[in-house]
Ligand binder design. Structure first.
Ligand code: ADP
Ligand code: ZN
Length: 434
């Protein structure tokens, strides 16, 4: 209990949250219909008018928006306010194609930063903390979002941005940072460098990390927690909906609470669009309830996950989303079998390897080739050299059990796989070139 930034909302009884969502939705649909021609046309095509929406029970009547719509309406087709009310733009990292642009009024920036402040407070952050933000700054939402949240909480904020790991560590030690915000892959890299420099977990001033912007596994969480002697919390978000802080983990660490007073979540069957009951895996869909400039209605994220409204010991009533497995477009289809990079990560960390790996796909004689490069650590050195074939075979078997197909595993020398300072690139798919 305790640790809220906006207790009134974070612990609001579920029925009241739903009432609030309904009131906001009715207003928001009208705002969008009146101001966004692109979406008005979509509603007209579906035969839905703002008057048909009386509350969240009518949400299913609204059309979905997809990334393709955002690209089609690029750059300003979904802007819902006059441009002179806009104070900021951000843009996606372009992981899966052409970037899209999101717009913010001052109200939208405040709302977003408050969501990030909730996340910081939920991990125990207070104004006494020193918060080191090493998500990228600039167009990417990670840096600006957590930076704003950290200011709102009143932490001393270190706007480091990503990269220059030596300097990150120097500032961390000199200024005694207590909260670290970055991608999990960069956290792992910072942890690895700290270890190399001889720091033990007890020498590291950090107490918590807020890591997100890419999928990561429970195994990776444990490994980061152990190396740095911290608690590692997940945070989720996407530029289209605002940025990090759409949902955040509390101290229970069993999924992320969605900021439901601002974002209404559904899960749908990605093939049919049918709304799924809580508890089943589906594609996450968000409706922004009170954003002004870029108010997405029923935006399909392509992230696959489960929603659950179990009671949480932290006292928050917001629905939780389980860690997304990856997005539908991260899923690899290899020789007809569905594979998520996160499954490979799970195997590696369970077998005592580091999260430094890369998957290379190609095509030979009309068949997919599937190679996984895995680094061994300097401590493994001698043993690996003596037993390389046996070790590769063992990993290969473990992966076959997990995935149902057989990769070719290659143990690679320490440091041979490029480290990530932002979102990790796990897959090189050369099949597309054929
Ligand atoms: P891009 O779509 O170009 O990567 P964003 O930077 O807006 O643009 O990234 C948002 C996406 O990042 C989400 O849709 C999701 O796939 C992924 N993501 C963000 N946070 C997490 C998280 N905590 N766990 C898993 N995936 C995440
Ligand atoms: Zn909780």
């Amino acid at each position: 209990m305790g640790n809220y930034y906006q207790e009134e909302f974070e612990t609001m009884p579920v029925e009241e949250i739903k009432k609030l969502q309904s009131e906001k939705l009715v207003k928001q649909v009208k705002h969008v219909y009146d101001n966004v021609e692109y979406y008005r046309n979509m509603m007209d095509e579906k035969g839905v008018k703002p008057e048909d929406i009386h509350g969240i029970e009518d949400l299913h009547k609204l059309p979905f928006l997809s990334k393709a719509d955002l690209r089609e309406a690029y750059p300003k087709g979904l802007l819902a306010v006059p441009q002179d009310d806009v104070v900021r733009i951000q843009s996606t990292s372009g992981t899966t194609g052409k970037r899209v642009i999101a717009y913010y009024t001052q109200h939208d920036v405040d709302l977003w930063e408050e969501c990030c402040a909730r996340a910081i407070v939920a991990v125990g952050g207070t104004k006494e903390d020193v918060c080191q933000v090493c998500y990228g700054y600039g167009l990417f939402t990670g840096g600006p979002g957590l930076n704003g949240g950290s200011h709102k909480v009143g932490c001393m904020t270190l706007p480091m941005s990503s990269g220059n790991t030596e300097r990150q560590i120097q500032f961390m030690m000199d200024l005694q940072s207590t909260i670290l915000c970055c991608t999990p892959s960069y956290a792992a890299y910072i942890g690895e460098t700290l270890k190399e420099q001889g720091y033990k977990p007890e020498d590291i001033p950090l107490k918590a990390g807020i890591f997100g912007a890419e999928p990561w596994t429970e195994e990776m969480r444990h490994s980061i927690e152990e190396t740095m002697g911290i608690k590692a919390y997940d945070i989720y978000g996407l530029t289209e909906i605002s940025g990090p802080g759409v949902s955040f983990e509390c101290q229970e660490q069993t999924g992320m609470h969605i900021n439901e007073d601002h974002f209404l979540a559904e899960t749908i069957d990605p093939d049919t669009g049918e709304v799924l009951p809580e508890g089943s895996v589906g594609e996450l869909v968000f409706t922004c309830l009170d954003k002004e400039a870029f108010p997405m209605l029923r935006y399909r994220t392509r992230d696959l996950c489960i929603l659950s409204r179990e009671k949480c010991s932290c006292g928050r009533t917001f629905i939780k989303m389980k860690k997304p497995q990856g997005r539908s477009d991260d899923m690899l289809i290899i020789r007809g079998v569905n594979v998520f990079p996160s499954q490979i990560e799970t195997v590696l960390l369970k077998e005592g390897y580091t999260p430094n790996y890369q998957i290379v796909l190609d095509r030979e004689n009309n068949t997919d080739t599937f190679d996984v490069y895995v680094e061994y650590t300097p401590e493994d050195g001698d043993d690996v050299v003596k037993n390389i074939t046996a070790r590769e075979k063992k990993l290969q078997e473990r992966m076959k059990t997990m995935l149902g197909i057989n990769p070719k595993v290659h143990l690679a020398e320490p440091k041979s796989i490029t480290r990530s300072e932002g979102k990790a690139v796990r897959v090189i798919d050369r099949r597309k070139l054929h």
